[in-house]
Design a protein around this ligand. Structure first.
Ligand SMILES: NC(=O)c1ccc[n+]([C@@H]2O[C@H](COP(=O)([O-])OP(=O)(O)OC[C@H]3O[C@@H](n4cnc5c(N)ncnc54)[C@H](OP(=O)(O)O)[C@@H]3O)[C@@H](O)[C@H]2O)c1
Length: 258
């Protein structure tokens, strides 16, 4: 019997889609022939994606949902088909000031960066389990590899995501669902505007999005970039702790402190 050819586009769901790396990924996914479901809180910013990508707007659906709210996420999931690609990208960064230490920022970053990913995963994975296919990409960070100054609230959320991704990939393998971890270095978005130092290897979001999409079907579990900065940071994780500590401390001290 002749096979019926389906001309259906692959569905990509992305959280944290309204700006930064997420918005650049929306653009890249549309250009790569995906139907994109863009999710974040701010509907005005999401609507701008439609005008920005007007050529592809029939392939773009936007939904307002907060990743800390399972009910909102589930109502998005109810309205769409099973994702072929689920990108759990929403996240925030707030540096820690030891002089103004605030538990609130730890709670906030844990709830959005870590539990927000778990809640989003929960909302969308059920349909993927039924379709027994697809890819889940979890947005971590190089900051999740090793402790860094002022990152004591952010970095643990990203380490937790790495651990989550490493574990869940065993459970999803039998459903033919691939898990990938993305660990970028510095990307020039609103999130890093708070940094008051020169960020090594700072990359534009559209370049980051191209690298991510290029590697989405690769066999590698972790996608990391830029090459030089990520290689140096990886090297630091192999060093004895007293050495990596001294190096990071020296490099991140400001001129007055040196
Ligand atoms: N920029 C970097 O250097 C860098 C490096 C490594 C990893 N990352 C990670 O990459 C991801 C994207 O970061 P970015 O730099 O592109 O940040 P960004 O420009 O600030 O964008 C963050 C996105 O997340 C959404 N968001 C924030 N809180 C949310 C919530 N509670 N519910 C739903 N959406 C929420 C925001 O949209 P709304 O305001 O509309 O909700 C926005 O679309 C984050 O997970 C970040 O940790 C960034």
């Amino acid at each position: 019997m002749k096979k019926i050819k389906h001309n259906l586009k692959k569905i990509a769901v992305i959280t944290g889609a309204s700006e930064g790396i997420g918005a650049a990924l929306v653009n890249e996914l549309l250009q790569n022939n995906y139907k994109v479901i863009a999710v974040s809180r701010n509907i005005k910013k999401l609507s701008k994606l439609k005008s920005f990508n007007s050529k592809y707007k029939s392939n773009l659906e936007v939904f307002s949902a907060d990743v800390t709210n399972s009910f909102q996420l589930l109502s998005v999931a109810k309205n769409i088909g099973p994702p072929d690609l689920l990108i759990l990208n929403a996240g925030i960064y707030e540096p820690v000031s030891i002089e103004n230490f605030s538990v609130e920022t730890f709670i906030k970053q844990s709830e959005i960066n870590y539990l927000g990913v778990i809640k989003s995963f929960d909302a969308f994975i059920k349909k993927m389990l039924l379709s027994r296919s697809g890819t889940v990409l979890i947005m971590s960070s190089i900051a999740g590899w090793i402790g860094l100054p002022k990152a004591s609230a952010y970095a643990p959320t990203k380490s937790a995501l790495k651990s989550f991704a490493q574990s869940i990939r065993y459970d999803l393998a039998k459903y033919n669902i691939v898990v990938k971890l993305c660990s970028p270095g510095f990307v020039n978005t609103k999130a890093v505007k708070v940094n008051d130092f020169k960020m090594p290897g700072l990359m534009e979001p559209n370049v980051a999005a191209k690298i991510i999409l290029k590697n989405i079907n690769s066999k590698k579990f972790e996608i990391t970039f830029p090459w030089l900065f990520s290689s140096i940071m990886k090297f630091l994780t192999y060093l004895p702790d007293n050495l990596s500590y001294k190096l990071i401390k020296y490099v991140t001290l400001n001129d007055k402190e040196k």
